[in-house]
Design a protein around this ligand. Structure first.
Ligand code: ZN
Length: 136
């Protein structure tokens, strides 16, 4: 099986599909993931705590967007802190819940992109011909 392009893997992550086959869904419902892909049997949680990294992705996205919105709205649009507190607090609570599934899907896709051999996407190199061995 050939390696997949970055665009293909991101597309599958956005659609919450298996990074290997692109057909099997990642989630049973809003929160619960399938243990394996129903289509190709790829194990999604590759090790205990595998998806901890996706929490960092989610946190990083939230920190950057919240800070950017605050800076733009407070210093750019000159909206007071009292007015911004509630909308930004709602954003900080709601967005991680919405992004939870996409952060996991993106984390799995990027792992697949960085290490395609462990996903069965890149076949092992064929054995070298015996011509390199010294003749006796
Ligand atoms: Zn699959």
């Amino acid at each position: 099986m050939a390696e997949l392009s970055y665009g293909t893997l991101v597309s599958r992550a956005i659609r919450l599909r298996c990074p290997r086959c692109g057909i099997g869904p990642l989630f049973k419902n809003f929160i619960t993931m399938h243990e394996r892909c129903p289509q190709c049997s790829l194990k999604y949680e590759r090790a205990p705590g595998y998806f901890l990294g996706s929490a960092y992705v989610n946190y990083g996205f939230m920190a950057i967007t919240t800070t950017s919105m605050y800076m733009g709205l407070h210093y750019g649009a000159e909206i007071s802190n009292e007015t911004l507190t509630v909308p930004l607090l709602v954003y900080c609570i709601a967005m991680p819940l919405i992004l939870f599934r996409y952060a996991r899907a993106w984390w799995l896709a990027m792992d697949c992109y960085c290490d395609p051999t462990s996903f069965g996407l890149h076949s092992d190199p064929s054995p070298k011909p015996a011509s390199n061995t010294p003749k006796t």
